[in-house]
Design a protein around this ligand. Structure first.
Ligand code: CP
Length: 312
């Protein structure tokens, strides 16, 4: 029988949810996507639910997408960014969140640079917690919107071949995608400079293909990541120019294949580094569809977590 509610109170990572949870989120997102394409996009589902968006790291897509999802569901929304808060005066994460919760907040959407920050909060507070990215660890809503986007364009994720290209070592998107795609029955490879591929990656269910041309010839979907210079304490690659020469995807490479590979990117794109503009802006790229689907996926997650009945 189809699962009707999530198995978890929080969305801390894809590692902690199951295939039925993922299917339920995608099915619910498809219903919300239909609703948000109507002239009247708002539904009353989360009226009287208050949600805090707490961002300790920069974000464009995720923060705006969550806020839009919350407002489309008629939730009350408060936004908190660390740079303009009392965190800069030395307040702890737990004190900050307790103060926000004292204002009767029901759900916390948080991005934090420390891997595991959300697990820490989940042990100490009662509200639903949604991970909007924790350092180099997980970015579950991105992986879910990526899976939903693959499902939408290719009919299913099961059996599809997906290569994740780029800075795998520092990428929470890569880790969450590997968990999610494996749970949904896809085959996963990673491709990038050896210094940016963790040695344990095969134990997570992703094979390594060091040659970008072979990776593209193998896959149905290439999910292309940004080199995260801001997280690199040492030099993992000689230069962005050299990275682009060996791993950048351009139109000529795609045209040399006898098939059309779906190109994805979580954003922000470094144009001319991981993708040339003629690839990023082509019909083969579904980058803006991913962004559109992000709102529906986040509506689904908020709706399902808010409606979760303990113990049933
Ligand atoms: N994809 C993503 O997480 O983008 P932002 O950093 O802009 O939220």
């Amino acid at each position: 029988m189809f699962q009707s509610q999530l198995s978890t109170k929080h969305l801390l990572g894809i590692k902690y949810i199951n295939r039925d949870d993922i299917d339920l989120i995608c099915k619910t997102a498809a219903e919300f996507k239909e609703i948000i394409n109507r002239p009247i996009k708002k539904v009353p589902s989360l009226r009287d639910v208050t949600i805090a968006n707490v961002f300790f790291e920069n974000s464009t897509r995720t923060r705006i997408s969550f806020e839009l999802a919350e407002r489309r569901l008629s939730a009350d929304v408060i936004n908190f960014t660390a740079s303009s808060s009392s965190v800069s005066k030395g307040e702890t994460l737990l004190d900050t969140i307790h103060n926000i919760l004292a204002m009767k907040v029901d759900m916390v959407v948080m991005r934090h640079p420390a891997p595991g920050a959300h697990h820490f909060l989940a042990r100490h507070i009662d509200a639903n917690i949604i991970n909007a990215g924790d350092g180099t660890h997980e970015h579950p809503t991105q992986a879910l919107l990526d899976a939903f986007s693959i499902q939408e364009i290719l009919g299913s994720v099961e059996g599809k071949k997906v290569v994740i290209v780029g800075d795998i070592l520092h990428s929470r998107v890569a880790l969450s995608n590997i968990y999610c795609l494996n749970k949904m029955g896809a085959e996963v490879k990673v491709c990038g400079p050896p210094t940016l591929i963790p040695r344990y990656i095969e134990s997570l269910g992703a094979k390594v293909e060091p040659d970008i041309r072979k990776a593209l010839a193998w896959c149905d979907v290439a999910n292309v990541l940004r080199i995260q210079l801001e997280r690199q304490d040492i030099r993992y690659i000689p230069s962005l120019r050299e990275y682009s020469l060996y791993y950048g995807i351009n139109r000529q490479m795609l045209e040399s294949l006898n098939k059309e590979v779906v190109i994805m990117h979580p954003g922000p794109i470094n144009r001319g580094v991981e993708l040339t503009s003629d690839v990023a802006d082509s019909g083969q790229a579904i980058i803006l569809d991913q962004v559109e689907n992000g709102v529906a996926i986040r509506m689904a997650i908020l709706y399902l977590l808010a409606g979760r009945v303990e113990g049933s």
